[in-house]
Unconditional design. Structure first.
Length: 294
């Protein structure tokens, strides 16, 4: 029994107890899980699941310009990412209003161009290692300023979501009523998009611009399989994101794998388990069908 407990300590707790970089990575991942996953729930609720993916790619040119001007300066790259993300969101909205294109179609075109532009800028002005770091992140390499930025963004996001919860729910379910009541629905939408962008920017250092959206969307999609009510989905999504973060960090530490993709892989494993085991999953539906036939 003592040997088993000792092994459990070595596997699950010792990495965080012994190494400061693991503790920083853990706090950053848990903070992102608390702020980003609920935003993913609202994105799925609004049928805008792919918007997060588009915006995560759209911030890359801004990150690249910050990198070109200041090197691997977190502040410069984060500021560039926020500006680029909001410009892309605003441009997509303007295109949908000025042309026959829907907003999702214009976003698809813009984010692909943004991704190509960002990769080109970084490749021409940095090394292959710089490109990989920005695209895929390194949760185990989070430093003090990076942790401070993630914690600040997470705190702002949680407080903003709590303050705007009723308005966001109303705007998601019945935007027509919101407009008829004299509320400006586009203000709620732009504020919500700002929260999405700053969370993606906060996540790019730990998970990379390509992986940051995974912690936002995969737990949110998975949570919908378990619960019908919105508050339960918000809690479930955050808990799944936290579990994926802890599991991914431990696997990355023990097996020397890239931390960002490993965390998203753990989130994918939880999603696969939800597909099978949840009340809305395959096993439940298969069991119900068999008993109806019988």
């Amino acid at each position: 029994m003592t040997a088993m407990l000792h092994s459990l300590w070595d596997i699950a707790f010792a990495p965080f107890a012994d190494f400061a970089f693991m503790r920083r990575a853990l706090v950053a991942t848990l903070a992102l899980s608390l702020s980003a996953a609920p935003l993913g729930v609202f994105l799925t609720l609004r049928r805008m699941s792919l918007l997060g993916d588009a915006l995560s790619h759209a911030i890359l040119p801004g990150v690249a310009i910050g990198f070109m001007l200041c090197g691997l300066s977190l502040t410069a790259m984060a500021l560039g990412g926020v500006v680029a993300g909001m410009l892309v969101a605003a441009l997509a909205g303007w295109i949908s209003r000025a042309t026959a294109l829907k907003e999702d179609a214009s976003l698809a075109a813009i984010y692909l161009v943004s991704l190509a532009l960002g990769v080109t800028l970084i490749s021409r002005n940095g090394t292959q290692l710089d490109l990989l770091h920005i695209l895929f992140g390194s949760a185990l390499g989070v430093d003090g300023p990076g942790l401070q930025m993630v914690a600040t963004v997470a705190s702002i996001s949680v407080l903003a979501l709590a303050a705007a919860y009723r308005g966001l729910v109303l705007e998601s379910f019945d935007p027509v009523f919101l407009s008829a009541a004299g509320k400006r629905g586009w203000l709620w939408q732009q504020g919500f998009l700002m929260l999405v962008v700053i969370n993606l920017v906060a996540g790019f250092q730990t998970l990379g611009t390509l992986m940051a959206v995974g912690l936002m969307m995969i737990p949110a999609v998975s949570a919908r399989l378990w619960h019908d009510t919105l508050p339960a989905q918000l809690v479930n999504a955050s808990l799944q994101a936290m579990l994926a973060g802890v599991g991914g960090l431990l696997l990355s530490y023990h097996f020397d794998t890239p931390s960002g993709p490993t965390i998203i892989g753990c989130a994918g494993a939880l999603y696969a388990a939800s597909l099978l085991l949840s009340p809305g999953g395959w096993l439940q539906r298969h069991w119900v069908r068999e008993h109806r036939v019988a």
